[in-house]
Structures are given as structure tokens and as C-alpha cells.
Write a protein that binds this ligand. Sequence first.
Ligand SMILES: N[C@@H](CCC(=O)N[C@@H](CS)C(=O)NCC(=O)O)C(=O)O
Length: 222
Amino acid sequence: MPPITIYHLEGRRSERVVWLMEELGFPYELKFVNNSLGGSLAEIRKVNPKMPTAPTVIYEDQVLMESGAIIDVILRRHAPGKLMPALDSPEYPWHQIWYQYAEGSLLPRVGTDYNVWQIKPPERRSPLVDSENVIRFAEDWLTTHPYFGGAQFTSADIMMEFALRYTWLLNIVDTDRYPAINGWLARMHARPAYQRMVATARPNGMIGPPVPLPDEARPPPR
Ligand SMILES: N[C@@H](CCC(=O)N[C@@H](CS)C(=O)NCC(=O)O)C(=O)O
């Protein structure tokens, strides 16, 4: 594994790459300005001016972005067979679904609902798939599977942890109604590699936005 530099925003998606490196025991350099999202973003802009998002990673002579892509490159090139079900296993397709679901279906819907509900709390539920639907789908999976990738901890759990932790912070759903997700989050947060990541990459807790929604913005129980 060549040394990589992870450009980081405290508490944000770049934690996924730090957590991955801690799980694998691979070395990395972490760049962020302590307790300053603006300062950390300015550092990212220096190396990735056209799309300054976290994570941005320097890998050999390339500047990489998109947390899912970065994790995939590291695992497939430098840790084959680790944190991923075998390609020909029955678990592989669902590992891929959850791996993509975090950024593809869950966070876009939660982010959209959060923004809309801040401006105009809805008087009635959307008939379309919304935040509660995407969370309920994950809850249902975890009632019959210990991890998002199936029987073992995988990169799908790393992708989904930020998605669900962030959703919980937004107070966009009543989190008490999702015991399987709460149990899974507790197990993720108890992992030694996750705790090493928090000690290194989240020294000030969760800083900056988002502001949680008021309880009355959450959908009523169905
Ligand atoms: N899909 C991208 C999203 C990257 C992203 O939006 N990261 C946020 C932090 S969690 C960010 O950099 N926000 C700053 C901005 O967009 O200006 C990924 O998974 O890496």
C-alpha cells in the first residue's frame, strides 16, 4: 500500500477512509485544521480546486474523490478478499446494493427532505419514497442480517455508518422506531478501529452544521 494523504473534514464522510485504514492497519497521513471546517475546506481546495469535497485523497500521483470509489480502489488493489464478500458468493449483490445505497438512495433523499422541511414543514406525507422509507428499508434488512454485507463486517457497513449517523443527527426520523439500526450503530461504534478513527479524526466531536430539525418536523408514526 503506497502512503496516502486523506484530506478531511471533522465528523464528515472522510471519516470513512480513515476508518477503513484503521480496520486494515494501513498507514495514512491525515490533513485537517483542528476545529475548523472552513480551514479544512481551504486545505482541500489547494489540492482539489475544481471539486473540493471531503474525502479528497492523494494516492500515488492522483487526486481521488468520492468515498465509495476511494474505498473500492484501496480494497481491490491492496487488500483483495478483505471487507468484501467473494464475487461469486450469494452475499455479493446485496453488499453492492448497500454499498451504493448510502450515497445513491439514502443520503440524497434525507438531504432533500431536510432542506425542504426547513423551509416548509409538510402538511401531509409525500407519496414518493422519502426519508422514512429509505430508513425503514435499512431497518428491515438489519432485523434479519447482522451487517449490511451479510454475515460479516464489510465496506458496506463503512458506507452506511456515516449515512445513518448523519440522518440520526438531523432528527429527520424518530430514531427510537429503528431498534435494529440502533443496535448496529452501537456495534459499529464499539469497534476498536472505529474508536481509533474517532480519536484521530473527530477530536472535537461533531462540529458545525447541520442543525437538527424540531421534533414536529418528523413524520407521524404510520
Ligand atoms: N458522494 C461524495 C460526497 C462528498 C461530500 O459532499 N462531502 C462533504 C462532507 S461530508 C463535503 O465535502 N462538503 C463540503 C462541500 O460540499 O462544500 C462522497 O461520498 O465522497
